[in-house]
Design a protein around this ligand. Structure first.
Ligand code: PSV
Ligand code: MN
Ligand code: MN
Length: 387
């Protein structure tokens, strides 16, 4: 084994991908939600499924919660349950978008009563973090307007700023606030946190524990996401990723499925930016509408690993030499050589060295978990996006 291969393996061994609780539940489009036998009915059962993903990949030790989709009476008990399964509870995602009161927004709403209600929810999430031991609070706001003149867009920024300040000041020691942007939807004219620049400006004002989250599905077509990643890393403000794939808009398909080359370019900037390892959170934010959920999540973790492996294989010295010499094609060739490397044997070897099956998807299918859960999880209501 060359030094390079050993270094690549060590970096891959240390990489962890956080899976989202909601990806284990049913989801769909506004046209139809296709229910699947065996889908979890409770947050506890979602953790049972997440444990399978970690068991076969060895790379998914934490699970993000969405509040109130994952509301339980005792969050410390949920954390203990996760621990018994070799997991930890991860990022707490707030939800200020599924209440009638939020028709005109949440923390940016023109009515102070609604703003108070939204901020109180965020503060409740801060309390939950203390019970779960979560490091990160992830905020995404559906706030915005649909029509020119509907509200004062500058004043909405002031309201947002006040809300973020109150929540930031309540964060416990070592906790972080991750602010997620999205350029449209559900609002279509203005969105109150539409882009990394707006998120970054708020984070900068708040303090160092406020960081930007890049959801790969939240950009206009053609946006150079790796440039955003490079910039945020350079400024020390990249909190993490919500990984998924898009063909059109916020499709939430498996990461690395629509555009594996883009994922590689993003991971190259992560490696280049010295962020592997780092505090950057590598999270999935996906919904599996027509496919089996657990194998899709396993595949997604593998896709992140493959893109990372290729990024780590870039011959940085050769690249720098070509870049400094102005060798346009030579530099491009160095990058493409790494991208075109088949890293699957390397990852299979790595898994075997860690006592895992080299083929996590096949191992999961052989386990009989899908059949067992379909037989056992009968009665009750299956979890779904929004429940
Ligand atoms: C919004 O589109 C988003 O990406 C946010 O992260 C939400 O919390 C998540 O989707 C819900 O699926
Ligand atoms: Mn997201
Ligand atoms: Mn999204």
């Amino acid at each position: 084994m060359t030094d390079m291969q050993a270094a690549v393996k060590a970096a891959l061994k240390a990489q962890a991908v956080e899976t989202p609780s909601w990806a284990y539940g049913n989801s769909g489009t506004r046209f139809k939600v296709f229910a699947r036998p065996g889908v979890p009915r409770t947050p506890w059962e979602k953790l049972d499924d997440a444990a399978k993903v970690h068991e076969y990949t060895g790379a998914a030790p934490t699970v993000a919660l969405h509040i109130p989709w994952d509301r339980v009476d005792d969050y410390a008990a949920l954390a203990a349950y996760a621990e018994e399964r070799g997991l930890r509870l991860g990022t707490i995602n707030s939800n200020t978008f599924q209440d009638d009161d939020y028709r005109l927004g949440s923390v940016c709403h023109p009515d102070a009563r609604v703003r108070r209600k939204a901020v109180d929810h965020l503060l409740a999430c801060v309390d939950i973090m203390e019970a779960t031991g979560s490091r990160d609070l992830k905020l995404w706001f559906a706030d915005g307007t649909n029509y020119p003149g509907q509200d004062d867009v500058r004043e909405r920024q002031d309201r947002l700023s006040d809300a973020l300040r109150e929540v930031y000041d309540r964060l416990g020691d070592g906790r972080r606030m991750l602010l997620e942007y999205k350029f449209f939807e559900p609002a279509f004219y203005t969105t109150d946190v539409p882009d990394w620049g707006t998120a970054y400006a708020h984070c900068l004002k708040l303090g160092p524990r406020a960081q930007v989250v890049v959801d790969t599905g939240h950009h206009a077509p053609g946006t150079n996401i790796e440039f955003i990643v490079a910039t945020l890393l350079r400024e020390g403000r990249l909190g993490g990723f919500d990984f998924n794939s898009r063909f059109y808009a916020d499709d939430d398909l498996m990461v690395g499925a629509a555009d594996p080359f883009q994922l590689f370019r993003i991971m190259y900037e992560v490696v280049r930016g010295g962020a592997l390892p780092s505090d950057v959170a590598f999270m999935l934010d996906q919904c599996h509408n027509i496919e089996a959920k657990i194998p899709a999540i396993i595949r997604s973790v593998m896709n992140v690993q493959e893109a990372t492996a290729k990024a780590l294989l870039v011959d940085r010295e050769a690249l720098t030499t070509a870049q400094r010499a102005g060798d346009v094609l030579g530099a491009n060739a160095v990058l493409m050589d790494a991208y075109n490397t088949d890293v699957r044997p390397l990852l299979a070897e790595l898994r075997e060295e860690s006592g895992l099956d080299p083929d996590p998807v096949a191992a999961y299918h052989r386990s009989g978990w899908a059949r067992k859960t379909a037989e056992e999880r009968v009665g009750g209501e299956q979890a779904g996006w929004g429940a």
